[in-house]
Design a protein around this ligand. Structure first.
Ligand code: GUN
Length: 293
């Protein structure tokens, strides 16, 4: 088994982006890309993600701003924040970190974002363009997965990809990207979800298994075809006495046993997570170059 090392590949891409920022933008007297994140409430996972995005921005020479609000912010007030960021001439693109508090309609907030600044690729205009194969912002996690497969030397054309989970953020878009007629597509895709009977029947058929179920340790070695490529999108905090923070991260896949039967696997942490962040940086660069209209 060989690791599909998201930490390494994301580092290579960040080095390329940093070089671009320095040589093509700053040295030419142009501004560095500037992105913003809106963070509502105190959700620890969201805070960690936003902090990681800020750190990555600094590393490549982007500017980043974080707009923090308490979780009692009203929907109307949050829509005003989105309007402000849609029009701020200093900003190239922005994200609203999800999940939002229950009293706020997430879809309404997403639909208010100007699609040319929607570097998360969640706006229906960007999703529609993705389905049609038109230039657009791709959602960061699926974009990160296809980049990881491509740069990791995993061919998708003609392969059977089985995707577990149909969320708007991961499962649905990755199934579309992998089946598209394009360089990192041309796969036959099966999308499984909570209504799929006998999951193992499908997972055992997968050349490439993409797991985005949101359930820790749910994929065992019996569910994986020997030699398959396994992409674990799950991130779960579990208590641990071995770390200073008192917790450690684990994925949806039982890494220790599945890594003995598959050919390639993404670790958690250090697999899909860093690829998601670097994809956001790639989208931010596109936004600053006004590539998406
Ligand atoms: N919450 C979990 N993943 C994401 C993401 O990629 N973008 C945003 N905005 N929120 C998230």
């Amino acid at each position: 088994m060989q690791l599909l090392d998201g930490k390494l590949i994301s580092h290579q891409i960040k080095t390329e982006i940093a070089l671009h920022v320095r040589e093509k933008l700053l040295d030419a007297g142009l501004a560095a890309p500037h992105i913003a994140a809106v963070l509502v409430g105190e959700d620890p996972a969201s805070q960690t993600y936003v902090a990681a995005k800020e750190k990555s921005c600094r590393e490549v020479g982007f500017l980043s701003s974080v707009y923090r609000y308490p979780d009692n912010i009203t929907e109307k007030q949050l829509l005003k924040v989105v309007d402000f960021l849609n029009n701020d001439p200093e900003i190239d693109g922005f994200i609203v970190q999800l999940p939002l508090p229950k009293h706020i309609n997430e879809q309404k907030i997403i639909e208010r974002i100007n699609p040319v600044r929607d570097i998360d690729g969640f706006h229906p205009v960007n999703i529609g363009k993705m389905v049609l194969g038109l230039p657009c912002f791709l959602p960061a996690t699926p974009f990160g997965i296809v980049t990881l497969l491509e740069r990791g030397g995993v061919e998708t054309a003609g392969k059977h990809c089985v995707v577990l989970g149909r969320s708007h953020i991961v499962g649905t878009p990755i199934s579309i990207l992998l089946s598209r007629k394009s360089t990192h597509g041309n796969a036959t895709v099966t999308l499984c979800h909570s209504f799929t009977p006998d999951l193992t029947k499908y997972t055992r058929e997968a050349d490439i298994l993409i797991v985005a179920m949101g359930k820790p340790d749910c994929i065992t070695k019996e569910m994986v075809k020997p030699g398959a490529v396994v992409i674990d999108v799950g991130v779960h905090r579990v208590p641990s006495e071995e770390t200073k923070s008192g917790y450690r991260l684990k994925g949806d896949v039982k890494f220790d046993e599945v890594s003995r039967v598959c050919s390639r696997i993404t670790p958690v942490p250090g697999g899909v997570g860093p690829m998601t962040i670097v994809s956001l940086l790639q989208n931010a660069l596109k936004a600053s170059q006004k590539e998406i209209k």
